[in-house]
Design a protein around this ligand. Structure first.
Ligand SMILES: [Zn+2]
Length: 431
């Protein structure tokens, strides 16, 4: 997930706030919609929502009445899910309940969640299975009974330039993240199936999952102040298509049709490469994994994101994501030799997880919307000298000499490390 490349100057200026954050943390915020002002629940205005979001169905949270203690709720809310204090404007915690502002007009303006007394929490209802929910597996099949959806990040193919996941060094074959993630997904699928899992790919081709296209989204863009030129509107509509509409379509597929126990979001990281036809190559590479959390003050003020955060918190996806993420980070770091990528301290968009330098919480559209635990992979740096050489070598069996070192294919290293880590997590943690 690289930083933006070669944007028109005017758009860059108008998106200064986003660009500043992206520059700091190297990867772009995946949901670029600027939040609108904090809603006032006493007015009759509709709830304030993210781009293309549906209004939340707050009564769904009734499933979680009396399933969490006050202390667990407050600890998860303040140490995993939020980076600021704005949640206090929307969630009032008493001894026995949380009063949550829905953004709806009265009388539906408050949702009350009742806490369980200590030691008396009811089981958490959810449609996915954690490792501990699964019975002991048959010999050699640690993933038996598990349904995993693999989400190859981005679209690739003819869409790679539009989605700014395309660069070419000195006229060599282009690096397109969406095609590379699909290649890894197709290498990973048979390995996980051999371990007993049922596997679904969220996409099988370098084609969008959403039927929407930029031209059908032009009307829904909000031009930045001072630039409503056709070129600027087109750029915004394209982003609304390949980022927002595409991930929302994938979420509908995952949540309504596939209903997996786990989603693996596959990405390759990058650092800012500048001109995609004359990209900057750098001499470092790194690895990190993203789990859902770290909602900032603006995100908490949006009713759909507040609802999604509470649903994640109440389903206890974080425990499963952090347990699995710890094992994936350990196995992947050993297999790849990659050092951790470290976010800046006090970043409003990220939080460290369990003091593991490879594990970070961030609120991404995909890890927020998929209704089960999600491990979002960000290994390698596509425009690092070494990783670029490995990508140019393509996929192959055995080892080849890359820049003087014998290396296995970067795509096989990625897939095999993930398969090994999943086998270990489920072997170690099933009943
Ligand atoms: Zn990516």
């Amino acid at each position: 997930m690289p930083a933006p490349a070669n944007r028109p100057l005017t758009l860059l200026i108008s998106l200064l706030a986003v660009a500043l954050i992206a520059g700091l943390i190297m990867t772009l915020r995946p949901d670029p919609t600027p939040p609108t002002p904090t809603p006032n629940p006493t007015t009759q205005s509709p709830p304030t929502l993210s781009a293309l979001a549906r209004p939340p169905e707050w009564p769904r949270l009734n499933l979680y009445q009396n399933t969490i203690t006050r202390d667990d709720f407050r600890t998860l809310l303040t140490t995993v899910f939020t980076t600021g204090d704005a949640w206090r404007n929307f969630i009032e915690i008493s001894e026995t309940s949380a009063r949550i502002q829905t953004g709806e007009p009265p009388p539906a303006d408050i949702f009350t969640l009742h806490f369980a007394p200590p030691g008396l929490a009811s089981p958490t209802p959810r449609q996915w299975k954690s490792a501990a929910d699964l019975p002991p597996p048959p010999q050699g099949k640690p993933l038996d009974g598990l349904h995993i959806a693999i989400d190859p990040g981005h679209i690739g193919g003819e869409w790679a330039k539009m989605e700014e996941r395309w660069f070419s060094v000195d006229g060599q074959p282009a690096v397109t993240e969406g095609d590379m993630t699909l290649l890894v997904a197709k290498l990973l699928r048979p390995q996980l199936e051999a371990l007993g899992a049922r596997i679904s790919l969220v996409r099988e081709k370098p084609k969008p999952v959403t039927p929407l296209r930029p031209e059908s989204l032009i009307d829904q863009t909000t031009p930045p102040p001072g630039d409503d030129s056709p070129a600027a509107l087109q750029k915004l509509a394209e982003r609304l298509f390949y980022r927002t509409a595409e991930i929302r379509a994938r979420a509908d597929l995952v949540n309504l049709t596939l209903k997996p126990d786990l989603v693996l979001c596959l990405h390759f990281n990058a650092e800012s490469w500048g001109d995609p036809n004359q990209p900057t190559l750098i001499d470092r590479s790194h690895l990190h994994l993203l789990l859902n959390g770290a909602y900032n003050n603006e995100e908490i003020s949006l009713a759909d994101q507040r609802f999604a955060m509470l649903e994640k918190l109440l389903q206890r996806t974080h425990d499963e994501e952090a347990d699995l993420g710890t094992t994936v980070a350990e196995v992947f770091a050993k297999a790849s030799g990659l050092p951790p990528f470290i976010y800046p301290p006090n970043d409003p968009n990220s939080l460290p997880v369990r003091e593991n330098p490879y594990l970070w919480a961030r609120n991404l559209l995909a890890n927020r919307l998929y209704d089960c635990p999600v491990v979002f992979m960000e290994p390698y740096v596509m425009n690092s000298i070494t990783d670029h050489a490995r990508i140019q070598a393509g996929d192959y069996e055995g080892t080849r000499e890359i820049l003087g070192q014998p290396r296995i294919s970067i795509f096989r290293e990625y897939a095999s490390a993930l398969a090994e880590a999943l086998a270990k997590h489920y072997s170690d943690n099933r009943r």
